[in-house]
Ligand binder design. Structure first.
Ligand SMILES: Cc1cc2nc3c(=O)[nH]c(=O)nc-3n(C[C@H](O)[C@H](O)[C@H](O)COP(=O)(O)OP(=O)(O)OC[C@H]3O[C@@H](n4cnc5c(N)ncnc54)[C@H](O)[C@@H]3O)c2cc1C
Length: 580
């Protein structure tokens, strides 16, 4: 393996690629595909982790099942085989807890580890991004066609959905449990609207949460399956896995390539030449790689022994995330998916999936969800709270098996005001950075999450849940007043796994801008960043779909294509004088 790596890396070092893409995750796989489509440009994709490639056994089924079986998603959160396994520093406002931040380290990146929920966020997110970076071609009317170009919705396309893109998107089955329907009905009874497409005209409301699952195979559709594998046969695309990029190489401020080494052996360094370097290493590693290459706050770089090259104080700043809590009730026997998490049912559904690619294992089990506004407030003109409903329990990132029949609402706020930062610990590129999200440093964020818990309780109290709802087990009866709920929130809040915005795209006269609206690193030449780190502000939903759309849009910028545009596509306007 190591011998092969050396040979492949040495071969790669003999060429000069038009583009070297660092990171084969959600964004990197999109670019690897789009930039090689024309056949005339050469691309090298570098990925620190191993391949996710499904190995076929004699039955022709997937052996690498912990990635590709949708319901197996928790397995890879327990070890570092495909995972960078990051932790934050202790968070003083959240009982000094250190938060576990898994991130994909494998082809497909975090799209190989994530919960597969397909949510684009709200049109207002992209309109805000366009204002924040001063370029209208990042607004909703320009981004919608990129969401559509990426998507292959299982029922075909319409004004909002794509029907023939590479990314398979389906809606999970409601068959295994009555709880999904009950949750949506409870939302309607509580006075909220129902939405037929949470990614379409109306995000606000209760409805089905689609997922990035290929319904034909019953498999996770990460970006390696969607974008990379179809491009692998192209002669102008090379891929090196298990390849850690230590730093970017420069001639003064012009990027000329990267220095790489085997992920498990830092001793042998190889230099790769590039016409342009594109970082797609994600919200932790892209800023880390810029910093290790001397691009960042010059004083801070010097203090850890890195020679500054470009003083760019925004690198690693503006770090944003979503926090959520899980409100949970016991339910009556047979209603939840509890039995499927234990033998013999667990084996039975596993066998069904291996033989047919169908059944409970072919879904992510977050098939219903909602977006609501926390209060009537002219400033909150689109939903600021998201629900994922799970007819089962996730405990400690799936590291503990449930012991009872229960259901959960994962409820979180979408536009917290506390922003964090990421800094180097040392000048060793393999040291994890110091990650400080500064959760709850803005005084409004904790009360906002407390309000979200109270709204969740109100929804679970509706008639539609009567026949399914037993006692609330978490937080439980003893947490009633705002201050009691706040104490529980501090004990229980978890990341929704959405770090982002740490190399923000912004206006060129903003000193904290890291990349301009063409994704080019300020002050550098031939160097771009394209991934979730460049979001100017966090999207109001999950981040895989918006990251893919960003990469689709960036691929056209890099190729010099005119931006796609769907002017005046209608979007639901909330009545901000009412909460629901
Ligand atoms: C557990 C979990 C659950 C989630 N659930 C959902 C969900 O249900 N729905 C949703 O939309 N979003 C979800 N997300 C978030 C979403 O998946 C990510 O925001 C998105 O995938 C980020 O894409 P990216 O391209 O920025 O980074 P990534 O996909 O993380 O890709 C970065 C890639 O770069 C590689 N890399 C990094 N550094 C180097 C280096 N120095 N050299 C070489 N390679 C390097 C990494 O190994 C990785 O493959 C979840 C995330 C996690 C971790």
């Amino acid at each position: 393996m190591l011998f092969n790596w050396k040979r492949a890396a040495t071969q790669a070092a003999k060429k000069t690629y038009d583009y070297v893409i660092v990171g084969g995750g959600s964004a990197g796989c999109v670019l690897a595909n789009r930039l090689t489509e024309c056949g005339s440009k050469s691309v090298l994709l570098l990925e620190a982790g191993p391949s996710d490639v499904p190995v076929h056994n004699k039955l022709g089924k997937l052996i690498n099942w912990t990635i590709h079986m949708p319901s197996a998603m928790m397995y890879n959160l327990n070890h570092d085989k495909y995972n960078w396994f990051y932790h934050t520093v202790p968070q003083p406002n959240v009982n000094n807890r250190k938060f576990y931040w898994p991130r994909g380290r494998v082809l497909g990146g975090s799209s190989s580890l994530n919960a597969m929920v397909y949510v684009r966020g709200h049109a207002e997110d992209q309109n805000r991004w366009a204002r924040e970076c001063g370029d209208e071609t990042w607004n909703y009317d320009h981004m919608l066609p990129y969401f559509k170009r990426a998507q292959c919705f299982y029922k075909g396309g319409d004004l909002y959905r794509g029907g023939d893109g590479p990314l398979h998107v389906t809606e999970g089955s409601f068959e295994a449990t009555p709880l999904f329907d009950a949750f949506i009905e409870a939302g309607v009874q509580a006075g909220y609207p129902k939405s037929d497409d949470l990614n379409g005209f109306q995000q606000e409301g209760f409805g089905r949460l689609p997922c990035t699952v290929n319904i034909n195979e019953g498999t996770r559709w990460n970006t390696a399956s969607a974008y990379l594998r179809p491009a692998l046969k192209r002669e102008n695309l090379d891929v090196l896995t298990s390849t850690f990029t230590d730093k970017i190489l420069f001639n003064r401020t012009t990027a000329t390539g990267v220095q790489i080494s085997h992920f498990k052996r830092a001793d042998k360094k190889v230099e790769i030449n590039a016409g342009e370097v594109i970082l797609c290493s994600g919200a932790i590693n892209s800023p880390q790689l810029l910093l290790q290459s001397g691009i960042g706050n010059a004083d801070e770089l010097k203090s850890v022994g890195v020679e500054p090259r470009i003083n760019l104080p925004g690198v690693g700043e503006n770090l944003q995330d979503h926090l959520e809590v899980y409100v949970q009730h016991k339910t009556t026997r047979g209603k939840s998916l509890y039995k499927y998490q234990h033998i013999p049912w667990m084996q039975a559904i596993g066998v069904q999936w291996f033989l047919q690619g169908k059944g409970v294992c072919a879904g992510n089990q977050m098939h219903a969800g909602a977006f609501i506004r926390s209060r009537a407030d002219p400033e909150i003109n689109h939903p600021d709270i998201q629900f994922h409903f799970l007819p089962s329990q996730v405990i400690d990132h799936g590291r503990t098996l449930p012991k009872e029949e229960a259901f959960q609402a994962h409820v979180g706020t979408l536009r917290a005001k506390s922003f964090g930062s990421l800094k180097l610990k040392s000048n060793n590129p393999r040291d994890h950075p110091v990650i400080d999200p500064r959760y709850f440093t803005d005084p409004v964020d904790l009360p906002d999450l407390v309000a979200a818990v109270k709204l969740t309780r109100e929804i679970f109290a509706q008639k539609a849940m009567d026949e399914h709802r037993l006692e609330e087990i978490i937080p439980g009866k003893k947490y009633q007043s705002d201050s009691e709920i706040a104490e529980w929130v501090k004990e229980a809040a978890e990341t929704a796994y959405h770090p982002s915005c740490s190399a923000k795209m912004g206006k060129e006269d903003d000193p904290m801008t890291v990349v301009n609206s063409k994704c080019m690193v300020m002050g550098a030449q031939n160097l771009r960043v394209v991934d979730s780190s460049i979001m100017p502000s966090v999207a109001s939903g999950n981040l895989n779909a918006p990251t893919i759309a960003i990469a689709e849009r960036a691929s056209d910028i890099i190729r010099g294509f005119e931006p796609l545009h769907m002017p005046n596509t209608p979007v639901f306007k909330s009545d901000t004088s009412k909460q629901r």
